[in-house]
Design a protein around this ligand. Sequence first.
Ligand code: SAH
Length: 238
Amino acid sequence: MKIRFIILALLLVIPSLSPLNAAEDKFASARKKMVEGDLKGRDITDQNVLEIMGRVERHRFVDKHLQSIAYADHPLPIDEGQTISQPYIVALMTQILKLKSGEKVLEIGTGSGYQAAVLSEITDSVYSIEIRKNLAEKAETRLKELGYGNVKVKAADGYFGWEEYAPFDAVIVTCAANHIPPPLTKQLKEGGKLIIPLGSTTYYQTLTLITKIKGELDVQHISGVAFVPMVGEAERKK
Ligand code: SAH
């Protein structure tokens, strides 16, 4: 009786699982292709970053109807007219920060939570600020559900940083500003790195790396990028 019941249960469960597995396989192979072609194929050489990009399920950070193109080589829309960055840019910014396990990182612009999830695979101390309350709440819930509970999300204007947890080893700004918010460099540790798309907030910006060396800011230009603007205080201080 018991065995018959188990067989019946298996017969019911197996066919309903297989389409799901097929879809998961499709995502896994799209992710592999992305890592090989768009990341390794360019200048992403950090093994840890490559492994993480191959592991984090980007399709879970976009709406259902966009999941089939979640691993394509371009940004994708999220709610409220915002975007999740191109995978290559996420990998590049992560690689440049040279973050180590145990270090503390602050992200400005949580958006979908994808970049925060990538960072949280390197260190347990990820702090992320999102100015749009709905996005912050959605990202926080999503990150918890996907097992990235170590990311702390706050709905606020990231211009002012997160004093309570400062100083940070790294700050990653994923929205564009025409100047570096002074509180962010203040909250950076000696030797710490800050990466930000700097320049026009309506067109293109220069991805800029700031390193705090003996209290001074060393500035390095990385590449041209296009990010959504940082709103709030950054706009008022234009
Ligand atoms: N890192 C995100 C993508 C960010 S898109 C991801 O991986 O999905 C940029 C985000 O910055 C948007 O969600 C936007 O609402 C947010 N943003 C804009 N100005 C901000 C500010 N002053 N403080 C915090 N977040 C801000």
